[in-house]
Design a protein around this ligand. Structure first.
Ligand code: SF4
Ligand code: SF4
Length: 112
């Protein structure tokens, strides 16, 4: 009978052997503002919001409701969508007044 010996990946082994005094405490955010420097929108749902600035009345509902702060402002007016952080949830399109309908969710082509 042959025996298959499993070995732990080097990075896993390193995390296991790290002294507890050097490990991050669980449940803590080590520093603030980290999302701004990370492209969190890289895994969008497959839908993306397209903003029609001609139709927009700048009521800011989309800006208030966006869970990812991905609706961009120029002063007190909406100026665009930050696709580096937008997740494609569609909330902005849902809260945009129906008579205005300035945001449409469209299917996004994924490069592969
Ligand atoms: S789709 Fe979602 S994450 Fe993207 S801008 Fe609209 S509300 Fe924000
Ligand atoms: S909710 Fe619609 S009308 Fe209001 S600011 Fe956003 S895009 Fe413009």
């Amino acid at each position: 009978m042959s025996v298959v010996k499993k070995t732990m990946p080097a990075e896993k082994e390193a995390s296991v052997t790290l002294p507890w005094t050097r490990m991050a405490e669980g449940g803590l955010v080590p520093r603030g503002g980290t999302a701004a420097s990370v492209r969190t929108g890289a895994w969008r749902t497959g839908q993306m919001p397209v903003l029609d600035l001609e139709a927009c009345i700048h009521c800011l509902r989309c800006w208030i409701w966006c869970p990812d702060s991905a609706v961009l402002l120029d002063g007190e007016k909406v100026s665009g969508i930050d696709y580096d952080h937008c997740k494609g949830c569609g909330i902005c399109a849902q809260v945009c007044p129906p008579k205005v309908h300035a945001i449409q969710m469209v299917a996004e082509e994924v490069e592969g």
